[in-house]
Design a protein around this ligand. Sequence first.
Ligand code: FNR
Length: 342
Amino acid sequence: MTGNRKDDHVRYAVDQQRRSAACNDFDAVNFLHHALAGIDRDTVDLGVKTPVGHWPVPLYINAMTGGSDQTGRINRQLAVAARETGLPVASGSMSAYLRDPDLGATFRTLRDENPDGVVIANVNANATVDQARRAVDLLGADALQIHLNAVQEIVMPEGDRDFAAWPGRVERIVAGAGVPVIVKEVGFGLSRRTVARLRDLGVAAADVAGRGGTNFARIENDRRPRGDYAFVDGWGQSTACCLLDAAGAGGIFLLGSGGVRSPLDVARALALGAGAVGVAGRFLGVLTDRGTEALVAEIRAWLEALTGVMTVLGAASPADLHRCDLLLTGDVAEYCRARGID
Ligand code: FNR
């Protein structure tokens, strides 16, 4: 059952990639070009300091899958791509393993194929401290993601309906997980209030995982068509808006993901305050349609292009991108006005 659901998620997410309209709020974030700002390419260093240690690149493969034969194969391919490019890689939700330890190998491959890389475990916000530790132990994980997916759950007939315990659960996992905890959305975004709450709960990093890419309300709706559910279109905040909003929370490391389509989007998210940038659907689409080697080539091309953008902008490090002049237009500019963001 879980296996089928995981296979469905992959199928519908890849379908969304193939059909998705090219536009999202990142298009409203433009760098102001200064023709004399450029630096020497060799002085650009993509490395970033994060609560999960030093990462060689400011890009990671975000949580997707595991729990069935097919998704185990995908995790193996993602692990190879991560190993070949130096990207950290996150597991999909490990609930299936926590229910049935026989499924462990479909997740464990992330570490087996990638022994020296950064690997991140993933549980839902109902997990106990013991379950969180089992997930971390299985992968020898460097960090743990907790996903907040109330919208997805409520759209699923068999999904959770009780969310009030989540803050307390997160706090207990932070205290007991034994590794840094990252809390993420799954494509509807984290508001400034949520990010501040996570900071106060002791969470190491918040991944805003905003709107603009994979849409889980639509995936769950499409799996059992029954008329569009209220959340299917337009719910949540875009990644660009979330990052602008979350900067006001302060005191917590920000990760940016959701709808990242290109190396330019990576640069935009970094400039908006993300310490590193996550990609899920776009990489899954490349992997599914063209295979592991193509994904490795794609990631290398992204890193090359990101380095080029930084060279032209005069940013020797990802953090330097924060200082670049940005021109915000359209819905993003409107959002900033409505939220009182300068
Ligand atoms: C996801 N995502 C996800 N997130 C999570 O925390 N646990 C999970 O199990 C999954 N499962 C999952 C399956 C598939 C097939 C996809 C494409 C995505 C959500 C993912 O990590 C990310 O937050 C969103 O997909 C938004 O990013 P993209 O896809 O727009 O880059």
